[in-house]
Design a protein around this ligand. Structure first.
Ligand code: URA
Length: 234
């Protein structure tokens, strides 16, 4: 494969940055400065170093982001910043959010360029569970909780699938969904005469939001986390 494609795939830089680095002699292949970004290299055999960093080939990238409020879960939007703006430009141009969070919902987002994996994780038949921490405006009773867990009617008369809840107080708790309808939790609380005032996603399938990530921070998934996601997508 082409040298610049391999380095761009590793999320280290954009193609134009790589071209500049090649011209400046800052990209080596097996210890020799590369003459052109179009050089054909073998990711399994060649030792490639970009600006002093050893490059590991990855076919896909997988990112965990702690979404701050005010960002749209998309790759572009006319009126507001989007979650991919928070990433390195080369990664941001490549990945898409795996599922959506509302503009004012915070927390766990997975972004990837692995469209097949995203599709499998969110397909209705095996939609991975997602847990949210919420706060609501009015006290939530045990009978409201039961109604929410059994299913309530939302927009278009849709009956939500059974879900799990853990009440921490009358005003806050956790809710785990196995599907993802538009504004689902807000709509569900609306259906029992309540209102969500805070919403943060804390898990996505087998993955838990990394508490070391501040709002707006991100990191690549580890190999173990990628393997867990792949297993969940089977
Ligand atoms: N439910 C909502 O209402 N909003 C989200 O962002 C996610 C689930």
């Amino acid at each position: 494969m082409r040298l610049d494609k391999l380095i761009a795939n590793a999320g280290l830089a954009s193609r134009s940055e790589i071209s500049k680095a090649v011209r400046g002699g800052r990209v080596t292949v097996n210890g020799t400065p590369a003459k052109t970004p179009a050089l054909q290299v073998d990711p399994d055999k060649d030792n490639i170093v970009y600006c002093g960093k050893s490059v590991n080939y990855r076919e896909h990238i997988y990112i965990m982001l702690n979404k701050p409020e005010g960002y749209v879960s998309a790759t572009e939007d006319k009126n507001a910043p989007v979650v991919t703006d928070l990433l390195l430009p080369a990664d941001g141009a490549r990945v898409h959010p795996c599922g959506r969070l509302d503009k004012y919902t915070l927390g766990m987002m997975v972004l990837t360029d692995d469209g097949e994996m995203s599709h499998r994780l969110l397909a209705p038949a095996r939609h991975v569970p997602k847990t949210y921490r919420y706060r609501c405006e009015s006290p939530l009773s045990e009978s409201d909780k039961e109604r929410l867990c059994e299913g309530v009617h939302i927009e278009g008369g849709y009956l939500t699938k059974p879900c799990e809840m853990r009440l921490l107080t009358e005003f806050e708790g956790e809710i785990t969904l196995h599907e993802g309808k538009y504004h689902q939790i807000k709509q569900m609380f609306g259906a029992v005469g309540n209102k969500i005032t805070y919403l943060e996603r804390i898990t996505f399938g087998p993955l838990v939001l990394d508490s070391a990530l501040d709002r707006g921070e991100w990191r690549y998934l580890t190999d173990d986390e990628i393997a867990l996601l792949a297993e969940a997508a089977k």
